[in-house]
Design a binder for this molecule. Structure first.
Ligand code: UAG
Ligand code: ATP
Length: 489
C-alpha cells in the first residue's frame, strides 16, 4: 500500500509528505522493521520508541510516524498521539478486518475470559468458524497462539483479525481490557456487540481512581454505534445488577440489552438453585421462560452465562440452541477447576485475584463445604497495592484457615507484599508461608475429609514470576502431587 493512501485513513490528523513510497509493513518495534516499513514511534512506560527511529531507518524503514520532528533522512509524519494513530493505520493497512467479522467485545473486571469462552462455544455449536482473543490465548478456528496481553496492541490485533478474515472466521469474540481502551489499542475496531460484566476494584495502580477505571471501561460503549459503518445495528449487553451499567447505557448510541438476577432485565435468571454439580435457573426472556441447567457453579457463573446468552441472542442466534450450548460447557481452565487425586476433601483452583472475585468464589465454596475452608492466596507485585489488605480481610472473613503466600511478586520483595496484606487482618488468625508450593502443601497436609481448599489467584497460569525470573509453576500440578504424596505416606 502506498504511504499516501495509508495516511488518508488518518483524515486531517496527519501532516503531509510529498514522498509516496510503497509501504511493505507497519511496525512499532525497530527489530521487526523490514525494507519498506513504516515505523511508528510509541512512547512506552519504560522505553520511548522515538529512540529507535534511527535504527529503524537503518533497518529499512522508508517513513516514520512520530510525536515530534526527528533528524532522520526519511519522511517524518508528526501526529499528536502515535498510539491512536497506529491503531487507525493498522486497521487501514490490514484492510479493516473488524468490518468483515461479527465482532463481540467483552469488558468488565471479572468474567471476561469465562464469558468469552461461553460465547465462542455458542457460535461454534451454531456451525460458525470462530476466533477468540483473550488472557489465555488467541484462537483462530482450532489453532491457538500464545499471548502477552489480554488485549494485544493495535498492530498485533489488526494483523490477527486479518488472519481471521483470511481463514474464513465468521465471529470473533475478544476480551477488551481497560488498559487497551485507555491506550487506544482497539481504536478503529468495529464491534457489533459490546458486553459489560461488572465493575469492582482492580488495576488502581494504573487507573488511580475507580472513577477513572469506570471511564476507561466505558470507552467501549461510548465508541459503539458512533462509527460511520452502521450497516448493522449495534448492541450493548449490560449487567442490570451492576450500577455502572446505567451510566454506560446513557453514554452509548447502541441498542441496550440487559441481563441480571436481582433486577428486572431483558434476560433474567430467576429461582437460581445451586448444587455441587451445577446450577439451575429459570431464564425469563422476550421468548418466554426456559429452564436452564449449567454445569458451572456459583452465582457469578450465572451472570457469565446470561452475558453470553445475551450476546448470542442479539446476534440473531436462536435461544433454544444457545441454551443447549451453555448447558454443555464443563468449565474454563483455572476457573473453579477441581483437582481430584481421589482424596476425601475438595481442592479447587481459581483465578480469583481481585477482592470481588475472591469474595464471590469463597461465598460459592461456603455453600458446599461441609467442614473447614482453607484458602491459599497472595497478591501480585508491581500491581494495585490497595487491594492487598482487602483480599486478606476477605480471606480471613470467609475461610476458616487463611494461608497467605506469593502470587507473582515480580520486582517487589515478597515479604513486603505479605506485610501489605497483613495490614487488613490485624488481630486475626492466619498463616503466612512465602513459598507458594510450601503453602499449598501445608493446606493439603492439614485438610481432613469434607474440607475444601481453595487455591486462588493463578488459575490457568503455569508460571511464577519472582524478580525478573519466570519459574514453571502450576497450582493444579503442585496440589495433585501434594495429595498423591500425602496418600502414599
Ligand atoms: C504497562 C503496559 O501496558 N505496558 C505495555 C507497553 O509496554 P511499554 O510501555 O513498556 O513499552 P515498551 O515495550 O517498553 O516499548 C515502547 C515502544 O518502543 C518500542 N521498542 C522497544 C524496545 C526496542 O528495542 N525497540 C523498540 O522499537 C516498542 O515496540 C514500543 O513501541 O506497551 C507494550 C506494547 O504495546 C505492551 O506489551 C506492554 O504491556 C505489558 C506487557 C503489560 O503487562 N501490560 C499490562 C498492564 C496490560 O496491558 N494489561 C491489560 C489488562 C490485564 C488484566 O485485565 O488483568 C492487558 O490487556 O493485557
Ligand atoms: N461474573 C463474575 N463476577 C465476579 N467474579 C467472577 C465472575 N466471573 C468470574 N469471576 C471470578 O473471577 C475470576 C477470573 O475470571 P475470568 O478469568 O473469567 O475474568 P477476567 O475478567 O477474564 O479476568 P482478567 O481480566 O484478570 O483476566 C474467576 O476465577 C472467578 O473467581
Amino acid at each position: 500500500m502506498k504511504l499516501h493512501k495509508l495516511l488518508d485513513s488518518l483524515g486531517t490528523f496527519g501532516n503531509f509528505t510529498e514522498e509516496n513510497p510503497e509501504i511493505t509493513s507497519v511496525e512499532n518495534d525497530n527489530r521487526k522493521v523490514i525494507q519498506g516499513s513504516l515505523f511508528i514511534c510509541v512512547k512506552g512506560y519504560t522505553v520511548d520508541g522515538h529512540d529507535f527511529a534511527k535504527s529503524a531507518v537503518e533497518n529499512g524503514a522508508v517513513a516514520v510516524l512520530a510525536e515530534r520532528n526527528l533528524d532522520i533522512n526519511v519522511p517524518v509524519i508528526v501526529v499528536k498521539d502515535t498510539s491512536r494513530a497506529m491503531a487507525i493505520l493498522a486497521d487501514a493497512f490490514y484492510e479493516q478486518p473488524s468490518h468483515k467479522l461479527h465482532m463481540i467485545g467483552i469488558t468488565g473486571t471479572n468474567g471476561k475470559t469465562t464469558t468469552s469462552h461461553l460465547v465462542e462455544k455458542i457460535f461454534a455449536d451454531a456451525g460458525q468458524k470462530t476466533g477468540l482473543i483473550g488472557t489465555m490465548y488467541t484462537k483462530v478456528g482450532d489453532q491457538t497462539f500464545e499471548v502477552k496481553n489480554t488485549t494485544p496492541e493495535s498492530l498485533t490485533l489488526q494483523k490477527t483479525l486479518k488472519k481471521m478474515v483470511d481463514e474464513k472466521v465468521e465471529t470473533t469474540v475478544m476480551e477488551v481490557s481497560s488498559h487497551a481502551l485507555v491506550h487506544g489499542r482497539v481504536h478503529g475496531t468495529d464491534y457489533d456487540v459490546a458486553v459489560f460484566t461488572n465493575l469492582t476494584q482492580d488495576h488502581l495502580d494504573y487507573h488511580k481512581t475507580m472513577e477513572e477505571y469506570k471511564k476507561a471501561k466505558g470507552l467501549l460503549f461510548s465508541q459503539l454505534g458512533n462509527s460511520f459503518n452502521l450497516k448493522k445495528p449495534k448492541y450493548a449487553v449490560l449487567n442490570a445488577d451492576d450500577p455502572t451499567s446505567a451510566e454506560y447505557e446513557r453514554s452509548t448510541a447502541a441498542i441496550p440489552f440487559t441481563y441480571g438476577i436481582d433486577n428486572k432485565a431483558d434476560l433474567q435468571a430467576k429461582n437460581v438453585q445451586m448444587s455441587a454439580s451445577g446450577t439451575s435457573f429459570d431464564l425469563v426472556s422476550p421468548f418466554g421462560v426456559h429452564k436452564v441447567n449449567i454445569q458451572l457453579i456459583g452465582k457469578f457463573s450465572v451472570y457469565n452465562v446470561l452475558a453470553a446468552i445475551g450476546a448470542a441472542l442479539v446476534s440473531g442466534l436462536p435461544l433454544a440452541s444457545i441454551i443447549l450450548s451453555v448447558e454443555k460447557v464443563k468449565g474454563v481452565s483455572g476457573r473453579f477447576e477441581p483437582v481430584d487425586a481421589g482424596q476425601g476433601f475438595s481442592v479447587i483452583v481459581d483465578y480469583a485475584h481481585t477482592p470481588d472475585s475472591l469474595e464471590n468464589v469463597l461465598n460459592t465454596v461456603r455453600q458446599f463445604a461441609q467442614k473447614r475452608i482453607f484458602v491459599v492466596v497472595g497478591c501480585g507485585g508491581d500491581r494495585d497495592r490497595t487491594k492487598r489488605p482487602l483480599m486478606a480481610k476477605i480471606a480471613c472473613e470467609h475461610a476458616t484457615d487463611a494461608i497467605f503466600t506469593s502470587d507473582n511478586p515480580r520486582s517487589e520483595d515478597p515479604e513486603r507484599i505479605l506485610e501489605d496484606m497483613e495490614e487488613g487482618v490485624k488481630g486475626e488468625n492466619y498463616t503466612k508461608i512465602t513459598d507458594r508450593e510450601e503453602a499449598i502443601r501445608y493446606a493439603v497436609e492439614q485438610a481432613k475429609d469434607g474440607d475444601v481448599i481453595l487455591i486462588a489467584g493463578k488459575g490457568h497460569e503455569t508460571y511464577q514470576q519472582i524478580g525478573k525470573e519466570i519459574f514453571d509453576f502450576d497450582d493444579r500440578e503442585i496440589a495433585f502431587k501434594a495429595i498423591k504424596q500425602r496418600k502414599e505416606q
